[in-house]
Design a protein around this ligand. Structure first.
Ligand code: GLN
Length: 251
């Protein structure tokens, strides 16, 4: 029986808008396929070594929480997380977690948080927050898919050399409200500004991450078994209808 270990970093500090739902979606779509999943909580004071996990998840947080975990992430777990990313461990990081993988985050008030520096992007806070239901487009297996999301951030993130955008913004602001990019991809590490229900509502992305992790662990020939997306598709359609047409679901 295949097994995946998910490392949920700083779950007590970085968990805005139910970001943990992404971990639950990975767990659900893996276990429905008969894949065993263990979720490890890894926060300040917890040890982690390269090789311990197959998928890492870091959620979003407020500036104050990012200030609390920044030292642990950079100076305690930093080298291990960087090694994991370089070795192709699959990571999904959201908003604050995504910002923290970059070079620095300069808050609107001027306070500068030195980030991990695993990815080349940097982030500058502005007074106006970007708060929106969003629609993005992603290309997976040659197919363009509409992704439903939600953003709430003051940070504007600018990508650096060697990383690519994760998605394209159709509606919302994405990385910075200027260049139409949303999130970042470097090796098997993904960053996004889209909170909470990214994976629960977008099963194609959940499956893409699971398949990447399983291929890495069990060989490139590993094929993820088919699994219905009917329920998740209904949830996504409801949100897309609402965003695109202002149509609310019947109560
Ligand atoms: N504190 C960061 C910002 O406002 C991240 C917020 C978040 O994770 N939603 O840009």
């Amino acid at each position: 029986m295949e097994k995946l270990i998910i490392g949920h970093f700083y779950p007590d500090l970085l968990n805005l808008y139910g970001d943990r739902g992404n971990v639950l979606a990975l767990l659900r779509r893996a276990t429905l396929r008969g894949i065993e999943v263990e979720v490890k909580r890894i926060s300040i004071g917890d040890d982690v070594s390269n090789g311990d996990i197959d998928i890492g998840f870091i959620g979003g947080g407020q500036d104050s929480e990012q200030n609390i975990m920044a030292d642990d992430m950079k100076n305690v777990k930093g080298e291990v997380i960087k090694q994991m990313i370089e070795d192709g461990v699959v990571f999904l990081t959201v908003c604050g977690g995504y910002q923290m993988l970059g070079q620095y985050y300069e808050e609107h008030g001027g306070n500068r948080i030195e980030c991990l520096g695993a990815l080349p992007h940097y982030t500058k806070g502005e007074k106006e927050r970007f708060i929106n239901d969003c629609i993005y487009e992603i290309e997976l297996n040659g197919q363009k898919i509409k992704v439903a999301g939600f953003e709430n951030h003051s940070g504007r993130t600018f990508l650096g050399e060697g990383e690519k955008p994760f998605m394209r913004v159709i509606r919302g602001h994405g990385n910075n409200g200027q260049d139409g990019t949303e999130g970042a991809v470097y090796k098997n590490t993904y960053g996004t500004y889209s909170h909470g229900s990214l994976l629960p509502k977008n099963p194609a992305i959940t499956d893409m991450l699971l398949e990447l992790a399983l291929k890495r662990k069990y060989g490139e020939d590993y094929v993820l078994s088919e699994l219905s997306t009917e329920v998740e598709d209904l949830a996504r359609k409801q949100v897309l209808d609402y965003i695109e047409g202002g149509i609310r679901a019947a109560q």
